[in-house]
Design a protein around this ligand. Structure first.
Ligand SMILES: [Zn+2]
Length: 457
């Protein structure tokens, strides 16, 4: 064995290995950067929900940890691309595609696929150009981390125009709706939807003076969408009961001469409390009635109650607790905190609000006494607390807790179609009694300014 061929002496290993160590580290680092697939995906989607509505369509992804994402839109055809980082493929996510219905006003289809080793891509094929709002929600109630994608029309749906069109529609030809195929951006036939032709008909001159506008009652079906409200022992959702009663009340109001009802939501989707107030103000409502169903930890709690806004404090601890619970609707339903809401932040009330609250109390008493004819009253007087949904400064507003959904007997009644009708009739009777004693006199012709000569009948 020659001197040169001799293996390295064990005394010198550090010297020969040393130059390789930083190189190996560098390569490992480089590999990790180039191929992040080495890092495992951690986020598991536990649930997905889709809430299509005329006003906007919401998509909710829920997970045990926060969801990292990027979002962008692609034109022709219009698509929204949501890239989820570090999210594992899941049947819940795949199921989202099957939740799209042809009736969805904005979403045509949803596709889910792996875009990069650690990125899942969710593509929303849209029916037209839309505006997307994406935001994360921290865990609240029974919900974990939520990622919310709201798809809005470029031009918001105007409830006032809806009222005007509805009124005109009834004058033109009752029930005249035609089936028209909707055509998408590429001119391809997508899905037939019912188009109200009267919407395109120019207003017909009317002999009615503009000042005789109908009395506009805004009916607010509590909760909706991500926010179920209280849940009864039989699994009844407050949001479903409130919508059913609100629709019945609308029917009754619209059957009255000179009265017109508008719902703050006419479907199962979330509407923020401030947005409900804004809708009522935009249509210059004369009255605002919010429909709810009460809940309590003890199942024997029962009876109806009516609430108005308070100037400061609440009339009882129970009323304060209830207002706090009802105001949590925004957190549970999922409000984008980046969007300013003037009504929720409104803390100081002015003089006009004091007058409005007095009217709200009168309205509340009239409604409470009518409801007392069909159900036990939880409290014999109208109570007051800081309900966010009652904060329109110029519209008498009440919140009706129709009955306790947590009481098995009252839950059964709340589910009953005939009883829902009785409740709606009682509310209308109260409204009419209030209006008879407090006619909306000396008002400027308000809706008439926007929709001259569009009076009903
Ligand atoms: Zn409620």
């Amino acid at each position: 064995m020659s001197e040169h061929a001799r293996p390295l002496s064990p005394a010198h290993p550090p010297r020969s290995a040393w130059p390789w160590l930083p190189f190996a580290l560098l390569v490992a680092l480089l590999l990790a950067t180039l191929y992040p697939s080495v890092a495992p995906a951690h986020t598991q989607i536990a649930s997905t929900r889709l809430w299509p509505a005329k006003e906007y369509t919401r998509v909710t992804l829920e997970a045990a940890s926060s969801i990292r994402y990027t979002v962008f839109s692609v034109p022709s055809p219009h698509r929204l691309v949501l890239d989820l980082e570090g999210v594992e493929p899941s049947p819940h996510l795949d199921a989202l595609a099957s939740k799209v219905t042809p009736e969805d006003p904005y979403v045509k289809a949803i596709r889910v696929g792996r875009f990069k080793p650690t990125v899942l891509r969710v593509v929303f094929d849209l029916k037209g150009e839309a505006r997307a709002e994406v935001f994360a929600l921290a865990p609240v109630g029974s919900y974990g981390h939520r990622l919310v994608l709201d798809i809005h029309p470029l031009k918001p749906i105007d409830p006032l125009m809806a009222l005007v069109q509805q009124t005109e529609h009834q004058r033109e030809a009752p029930g005249a709706a035609i089936e028209t195929p909707e055509v998408d951006a590429e001119g391809a036939r997508v899905v037939p939807i019912s188009i109200d032709r009267s919407a395109a008909v120019p207003p017909r001159p009317s002999a009615a003076p503009a000042a005789q506008r109908p009395i506009v009652i805004v009916i607010d079906a509590g909760h909706g969408g991500e926010d179920p409200g209280a849940i009864g022992p039989l699994g009844t959702y407050e949001k479903e009961v409130t919508l059913a009663i609100a629709r019945k009340l609308r029917e009754l109001v619209n059957a009255e001469a000179g009265m017109r009802a508008i719902l703050t939501r006419d479907d199962d989707y979330f509407v923020a409390l401030g947005a409900r107030v804004q809708k009522a103000r935009r249509v210059q409502a004369d009255l605002f009635v919010s429909i709810h169903a009460d809940a309590f930890i003890r199942p024997h709690a029962r009876g109806s109650s009516v609430f108005a806004l308070s100037e400061r404090g609440a009339t009882s601890a129970a009323a304060q607790w209830l207002a706090k619970r009802e105001n949590e609707a925004d957190l549970i339903g999922g409000i984008n905190l980046d969007v300013r809401d003037p009504y929720l932040k409104q803390t100081l009330l002015d003089l006009s609000q004091t007058a409005t609250i007095n009217d709200s109390l009168k309205l509340g008493r009239a409604v409470l006494s009518e409801i007392g004819e069909i159900n036990t009253l939880h409290k014999n007087a109208v109570e007051q607390a800081g309900f966010a949904v009652l904060k329109a400064p110029d519209i008498p507003s009440i919140l009706v807790e129709t009955a306790f959904i947590t009481n098995p007997y009252e839950e059964r009644r709340l589910r009953d179609d005939a009883y829902q009708g009785k409740l709606a009739s009682a509310v209308l009777a109260g409204v009419k009694r209030y209006l008879a004693a407090n006619p909306p006199l000396a008002r400027a012709p308000r809706i008439a300014q926007n929709a001259k000569s569009q009076q009903p009948r």
